[in-house]
Design a binder for this molecule. Structure first.
Ligand SMILES: Nc1ncnc2c1ncn2[C@@H]1O[C@H](COP(=O)(O)OP(=O)(O)OP(=O)(O)O)[C@@H](O)[C@H]1O
Length: 227
């Protein structure tokens, strides 16, 4: 589903952020991406979401080589992705419902279809009863769940999250991770960047570790024997 083939990224400043990264993520896998600050996690996600382009190498998603994507095609490509940010980027001048409906506004859905899809997404994250509220009155965990509902409202094949639990306490973080697991269980490919190693260990999923732009680990740490 996702393939990085010898990918290098050097920013215009001359900073090397990724070096010769190769990896493959199958459809319906759930994978964590970890590493210290500055290791290249966000850069890898930016290449996947076509916010940045690789300096060398290929990023292939769903059989599509992103190097061959024209700028005008990028919005269409992104419709297959759900993107969750740490600070959820909700708009506080409109309701929870309208925030979740945003990605549908460009897709030409009828009003009725928008209502159906938004309510289905809010139901999945347990916030149907808050659709008319302004997100500013919600707790941090609830705001993040609205961000997740917005990311999945288009039923994307791939869900990408950059530090989605960064501001949350351990219990709320676990709830958010459980949500990601639910979406994964119904076939969504999920890639989550996080530096919360304890939380990652509890999830017992595949882990990719970056260090100074190199992929230094790809495996299942929790399945290995403890010494
Ligand atoms: N737009 C940019 N221009 C120049 N250098 C950048 C840019 N974005 C990131 N970098 C640099 O690239 C390297 C990797 O950064 P990146 O943000 O991908 O790391 P990260 O693992 O996501 O870190 P964090 O956990 O702190 O978000 C760092 O040295 C960073 O300073």
């Amino acid at each position: 589903m996702i393939q990085f083939d010898n990918v290098n990224k050097r920013y215009e400043s001359g900073q090397d952020a990724l070096g010769r990264v190769s990896l493959e993520i199958e459809r319906a896998e759930m994978v964590f991406l970890t590493g210290h600050s500055g290791a290249g996690k966000s850069t890898l996600l930016k290449l996947l979401t076509a916010i940045e382009r690789p300096t060398r190498g290929n990023v292939i998603v769903g059989g599509q080589n992103l190097n061959r994507l024209r700028n005008s095609q990028i919005p269409y490509y992104r419709r297959n992705l759900g993107i969750v940010f740490q600070n959820h980027q909700l708009l506080f001048d409109r309701s929870v419902f309208d925030n979740v409906a945003l990605p549908l506004s460009v897709s030409g859905c009828s009003k009725r279809e928008v209502g159906r899809r938004v309510r289905a997404a809010l139901d999945k994250v347990g916030l149907l009863h808050k659709e008319n509220q302004n997100p500013i009155v919600l707790s941090g965990g609830e705001q993040q769940r609205v961000g997740i509902a917005r990311a999945v409202v288009n039923k994307p094949a791939v869900l990408v999250a950059d530090e989605p639990t960064g501001n949350l306490d351990p219990k709320l973080s676990e709830e958010i991770m459980r949500l990601f697991r639910d979406f994964n269980a119904v076939g969504t490919t999920v890639l989550i960047a996080s530096h919360d190693l304890e939380l990652i260990a509890r999830m017992r999923q595949r882990v990719l570790t970056l260090q100074q732009g190199q992929l230094i680990y790809d495996g299942y740490p929790s399945r290995e024997p403890a010494y």
